[in-house]
Write a protein that binds this ligand. Sequence first.
Ligand SMILES: O=C(O)c1ccccc1NCC(=O)[C@H](O)[C@H](O)COP(=O)(O)O
Length: 243
Amino acid sequence: MWDLARRYTRIKLCEFEALDPAYEASHMGADALGFHLFKHQVVALKMERFREIFRYLPKTVEKVLLTDLDFEVAVQVVTELGLDSVQLYPDWSAEQVARFRARIPSNVRILKVMSAQPEENVLRDSGEFLRHYTPAVDGFLLDSFRIGGTGKTADWSHCAAVVRSSPLPVFLAGGLTAENVGEALRLVRPFGVDVENGVSDRIPNGPLVKNMTKCARFIAAVRQSDQLTSPLRQSPPRVDNRC
Ligand SMILES: O=C(O)c1ccccc1NCC(=O)[C@H](O)[C@H](O)COP(=O)(O)O
């Protein structure tokens, strides 16, 4: 579990494919970094790449695998990679998630992805969704859409209602930037925030690459908002003493 007594907004930056940006982001103050491994990708190749990156990251930075892999492959990958968390896309039942948890290292946190479009969720009623998965997971990642990386924001009043009714920590994702994250935090008050497009640049006809200036501005905006919105919010511990 996260140390919930430490009241600062957890910052999760996605998606990392190379060592340099991951290393820099983790020393810049990101709490968690997201690594994508989806079914259509070559599992062995990506595992090799991630292993190489993980060798150089501070242990205190949470390494999160985003995945839609089938059950047995996911167990193997999560077990072998030495991750801190897994962000699950498959719509396994809570019972299946519990079986998954029993097969992976006990320190690995499970985040269940939830769409802010209720009709995209396996259980359309948000309350029912939260109740179903709460016993099996450690938190939720509430994204604007079922398929992430859209760069689009959701209805933040709906997200705020989800956060209020969730017994577990919720990460807000979808279209966040250094410019709008303060407002998102004020309205939604999530446990953490997740961002991809807002800290990246699109290579024309190519992939997203991390823009380290945008990463730094995003982290600074979250920390500034923590100071402004709640006197109870604290600064995060140093990078070598984080939880
Ligand atoms: O990022 C993707 O391309 C992606 C594809 C399929 C499933 C999930 C994906 N990303 C998940 C994330 O957690 C993103 O960080 C999240 O959707 C926020 O993205 P953005 O709106 O670009 O900030």
